[in-house]
Design a protein around this ligand. Structure first.
Ligand code: PEP
Ligand code: MN
Length: 265
């Protein structure tokens, strides 16, 4: 697992290079769970950019538990992400669920996300490994650290050295107060096992907006290289993951709090 030569992942964005790595400022990825319409994605992009984020996140293809839940706007949402990118200069991170969509996703995405539910979709891992865009690999909700690193290994082995590991919470016995258990011990463990950069996602990790700031600060104290935070202009009306989404105002405050801790941009 020791990939010494892969220590930093450097991502070109319209605003310049952003480095994910141990000796760089914490890279901030923020935005809604799903891209819902042009006004909301552009507004969210402007707000998170003003607060200091480097990347806009937003799902076009959504892996929903229920087939009757909002599935994402698909290709048209990719066009809206392109508009938000053009408007703000932010980098774009969005999820691929089906390798057939990879090419058109890569036209707008600067980093391609493989979600928790696809962490061991080996054919998808081989495909994202065989294309040039950096890959954000989320930890499966029941994946061991070895399984997660081996999933990363599939991407590396296919020829793509630019993998970022994202902890987004795992399933434990107590789902009453938090959606998942955010496993911040990965910060200590992965520092000994791999040089791949680490991202922490306290939004999916807790499932509750009010818990996100505490865990974001804890992640920075633990040495994370990056944070992913869900932000929505009107969380109560969000089509997915509203309860865990920060308002732009709360995100502004969080960024100020993170700056005090240091290392954050
Ligand atoms: C997401 O980032 O919106 C998402 C679906 O995350 P995960 O794969 O971690 O559940
Ligand atoms: Mn989400």
């Amino acid at each position: 697992y020791r990939h010494g030569e892969y220590s930093d992942v450097i991502v070109p964005t319209p605003d310049g290079l952003v480095t994910f790595g141990r000796n760089s400022p914490v890279a901030i990825v923020a935005g809604p769970c799903s891209v819902e319409n042009e006004a909301m994605i552009v507004e969210t992009a402007r707000r998170v950019k003003a607060a200091g984020a480097q990347f806009l996140r937003g799902g076009a293809y959504k892996p929903r538990t229920s087939p009757y839940a909002f599935q994402g706007h698909g290709e048209s949402a990719l066009g809206l992400l392109a508009a938000a990118k053009e408007e703000t200069g932010l980098g774009i991170i969005t999820e691929v669920m089906d390798a057939a969509d990879l090419e058109k996703i890569a036209e707008v995405a600067d980093v391609i996300q493989v979600g928790a539910r696809n962490m061991q979709n080996f054919s998808l891992l081989k495909k994202v490994g065989a294309q040039p865009k950096p890959v954000l690999l989320k930890r499966g909700m029941s994946a061991t650290i070895d399984e997660w690193l081996m999933a990363a290994e599939y991407i590396l082995a296919a020829g793509n050295p630019n993998v970022i590991l994202c902890e987004r919470g795992i399933r434990t016995f107590d789902g009453q107060y938090t959606r998942n258990t955010l496993d911040l011990s990965v910060l200590a463990v992965l520092h000994t096992l791999t040089h791949l950069p680490i991202m922490i996602d306290p939004s999916h990790g807790t499932g509750k907006a009010e818990y996100v700031p505490t865990m974001a600060k804890a992640a920075i104290a633990g040495g994370t290289d990056s944070l992913m935070i869900e932000v929505h202009p009107n969380p109560a009306k969000a089509l997915s993951d509203g309860p865990q989404s920060l308002t732009p105002e709360r995100f502004d405050r969080l960024m100020e709090e993170l700056a005090v801790i240091g290392k954050a941009v």
